[in-house]
Design a protein around this ligand. Structure first.
Ligand code: ADP
Ligand code: ADP
Length: 237
């Protein structure tokens, strides 16, 4: 059974310039992501990738269609149930989205505080996560004291804090140089293999998909124009 399934999903916004017009950001997308895989979503700017991420994470309602996460149709859930669902989905971002006024440890602990996890358990979990991402000595540092690659490692640790089954990586390496990108992709590969987390990699960069994903969907103008094994999709003339 797929862990994420989109069935004929559309998402329209009123046009900012002409309120009578609709922008079809997502236009009839169907997609199955299997538990345990690394799935890539690629497309140029404006293709609808970020919108798709927000629909999977239920940050926005669909206009029509269904989004099924771990067997539950999230398009019918109440806000209280959605909050529980979001604990199953971790997110990392291009600009890392860390709290610069909080230490690394507090950044990682934040989702646990929100989820009501007690202090002793938070401490244990933060130490474990710091260790996993190779930052065992950086718990008391502040984000500004870290390199871009280290900041994204903190982002990954924070995303993993609630032990999600799915990690959504939205242009997570786009702000990093090639060497750091390689290092962060290596960590994501470990998250997938060692923790069994399903990873969805959203990017405009083909080499990122090629180095980590097994299957890929190509988006253009709100539609999936092609999907399949990475090798097959990218080797076509
Ligand atoms: P991508 O992530 O691939 O760059 P987006 O999902 O951000 O693409 O955008 C897809 C389309 O939807 C674009 O035309 C964008 O302008 C439009 N769009 C996205 N979010 C909104 C919004 N909140 N209001 C109006 N239009 C939006
Ligand atoms: P506070 O200690 O103010 O309650 P939090 O509970 O929000 O702060 O902090 C996050 C967790 O990370 C705490 O349990 C804290 O003890 C733990 N922690 C703080 N510094 C480190 C560190 N250097 N290495 C590992 N864990 C740390």
């Amino acid at each position: 059974m797929p862990i994420v399934s989109l069935k004929d999903v559309t998402k329209s916004y009123p046009s900012p310039s002409d309120k009578g017009q609709l922008i079809h950001a997502i236009d009839g997308v169907s997609l199955d992501i299997e538990a345990g895989e690394v799935f890539g979503i690629i497309g140029y700017s404006g293709a609808g990738k970020s919108t798709l991420v927000r629909l999977i994470n239920a940050l926005e309602p669909v206009t029509s269609g269904h989004v099924i996460v771990d067997g539950t149709d999230i398009t019918t859930l109440a806000e209280s149930e959605l909050r529980k669902l979001r604990l199953e989905i971790g997110m990392i971002f291009q600009q890392f989205n860390l709290f610069n006024s909080k230490t690394v440890a507090k950044n990682i602990a934040y989702p646990l505080v929100v989820a009501g996890v007690g202090k002793a358990e938070r401490k244990r979990r933060v130490a474990e996560l710091l260790d996993f991402v190779g930052l065992a000595d950086k718990g008391r540092s502040y984000p500004d004291q870290l390199s871009g690659g280290q900041k994204q490692r903190v982002g990954i640790a924070r995303a993993l804090a609630s032990s999600p089954r799915i990690l959504l990586a939205d242009e997570a390496t786009s702000a990093l140089d090639p060497e750091t990108t390689h290092e962060v992709l290596g960590l994501l590969d470990r998250v997938n293999r060692e923790l069994g987390v399903t990873i969805v990699v959203i990017t405009h960069e083909m080499d990122v998909i090629q180095s980590i994903a097994t299957r890929v969907a190509v988006m253009e103008k709100g539609r999936i124009i092609e999907q399949g094994d990475v090798f097959d999709v990218f080797s076509q003339p």
